[in-house]
Write a protein that binds this ligand. Sequence first.
Ligand code: GDP
Ligand code: IMO
Ligand code: MG
Length: 437
Amino acid sequence: MSGTCVIGLQWGDEAKGKLVDLLAPRFDWVVRYQGGANAGHTVVAGDETYKLHHIPSGILHSDVQNVITPGVVINPTTMLQEIDGLQARGIDVFENLKVSERAHLVMPWHMIEDATINATAVRGESIGTTNRGIGPCYRDKVGRTHAIRMIDLIEGSRDERISTVATQKQALLKNLGASQEELDSIAPEKMVALAASWAERLAPMIADTTDMVLDAAEANQKMLFEGAQGALLDIDHGTYPFVTSSNSSGVGVCAGAGVPPKWINQVLGVCKAYSTRVGGGPFPSELEDETGEKIRKLGNEFGTTTGRPRRCGWFDAVAVRYTARLSGVTRLALMMMDVLAHFDELKVCVAYELDGKEIHRVPAHAEQLRRCKPIYETIQGWNTPVDDARSVDDFPPLAMAYVKRIEELVGIPVGVLSVGPDRAQTIFTEESKAMNL
Ligand code: GDP
Ligand code: IMO
Ligand code: MG
């Protein structure tokens, strides 16, 4: 088989959803393999805009099989709402989606725990999570004793299991300072009834996706793996502790999806032509001035999941070179080129200055990264709209010079350029041919 991955190389929201939707018809399968409803992937199809949180971004294409594999954490209540919303718009999700029996469930107590501890400062700053219960659910997965998986909804003594964990969680959350109202909301009998209602609706979708994916790979089918978040938010390799709780860089694909590395042939590394970040944590090339405000406005940089304004800054080539190497990126997709089309001068961060020394890597400690001062290279802006560009020949030479410089600094050729949210506003360069998409 050939497996292609779409991986965000920054702090999320690089427009992975747009690319996955666009590429999906060339594949047999679209696979979501990590993260959960913290993701917000936007797909624009003609006049319709879809904001997907759990559901893979291939769902608009009825002949593509969509799967959610073991590495994803699922909140069944919000996933069912999302499915109902899509069904109401004529998309037959029930027909076209399978969910792993091994995937873990984000339970109502995880949401309370996330909200209760999210305000806590870690190293002087709150992580600023999406409040979707992601960290607490992954914590329970790794801890094992309090975890509930999809399979637990339909196999074994479900009611007893849910009731026992709910009772334990009430005691734990009481100690964490949860209110009486919150504790009542997760009463064992309520949780048992909720799980029964989920089981009834989700049972037809629950499957052994690992077996399905392996069968498909061995039958030489084409798979597109849809990353969520971005590599700088990777739990092991990102800007810890200001990260998410899964492996969101390219290294997470095999573990989350249940595929051996030999099936992965291509990795499309997605990045914006500038940088954004939502939530807390160091961001060396952040622009807390009117230039940052201008990027936010032109790029409509507000969170898809939480609506929070995204922090904006210049392209950070040190960070993207790191995440592209880590993720095994074979081609870059450079998005939002239309947003940078309104500046006389652009900057790209080419190195950091840390304690008086120039460095070219992303330091491990948040305090070190916070002390890093960006060393910029100034590049002349093209200052001409490119929204209508449909081939590289339509790009002003100065815009192509910017693209070439990013390629040099990151060390990977650009295969895709994006000039707007619409499917048509996408250019595949000569370099994309090598990917055999
Ligand atoms: P994801 O989480 O990586 O899928 O990205 P999001 O959907 O959270 O955020 C990307 C946003 O940018 C969405 O609103 C897209 O519709 C929009 N978008 C995608 N590509 C482009 C582009 O090239 N230019 C502009 N201006 N917007 C884009
Ligand atoms: P997509 O898939 C941008 C950020 C949160 C917070 C940190 C931890 O749309 O690119 P979490 O709720 O995961 O515990 O929050 O990670 N974050 C994202 N930022 N895009 C995302 O997903 C994100 N998912 C999580 O803002 O800083
Ligand atoms: Mg997003």
